[in-house]
Design a protein around this ligand. Sequence first.
Ligand code: SF4
Length: 278
Amino acid sequence: MLREDDRILVGISGGKDSATLLDVLYKIEREFPRSEIIPVTIDEGIAGYRDRALDAARTLAARLDLKLEIRTFQKMFGYTLDKIVRHREDTAMGACSYCGVLRRRALNEVALELKVDVVATGHNLDDEAQTVLMNILRGDGLRIVRTTRLRENSFEGFIPRIKPLRELTERDIVAYAHCRELPYHDAPCPYADEAYRNDLRMFLNQMEHKRPGTLLGIVRSAETISHTVRSGIRTIKNQTCIRCGAPTTTSQLCKACMMIDEIRSKRESDGKETRDSS
Ligand code: SF4
């Protein structure tokens, strides 16, 4: 996944997965003096949650003598996630849908700004299996190809992303973080109850307990599907967003711009209603 002179952006949330990732990569990369690790935290603006996780991220970075870069949704998009959630009552989308799309965009922009070669995130095997199943259940099979891609298959304009922990279960990672006494924040996000993946987590945990290997089997199947599609029909077009110029594989407007438009028009109509009623 990595080359010996890589400049690596490591996405740090303050949780156990990214703490483990940073600790492991730091140990490995010490052997490669031409490589560099830059920890980055995206602060979505979730009051009482991300601020505490940020403390854990700062402590870990300081322990490893690394400078933590912090960027916020508020500065990058004009809204915190809390504000977005307050203004999205009449949409069917959960907080995590906004959070995921905007965080991915934010990480890619910081990666371009810091001129890194690769972005590493702490997704584990449980996360990956849940994502594959979620895409299948939502009828978005093509997304499997987009999310299960190797570094070499990245799209132009997107800094390649790697997930070094993607074959380790959440239990392995908790064990590692405890053994290494890593500082991390483990309280759940206040919006986590909304997450579709929570239902799948319970189901997959039961399956993995009953039939060990289920999680890895799902991820391996997704890799096979992705590889087959990629080496056959080249259906994924790469284009740029007509508004912000960022790369997009979905439509003329990228997903982040569509979300920001939607929030903005909702805020404007809320303001109009308030003025009308007063
Ligand atoms: Fe974002 Fe959802 Fe994760 Fe909370 S649970 S940090 S809203 S993706």
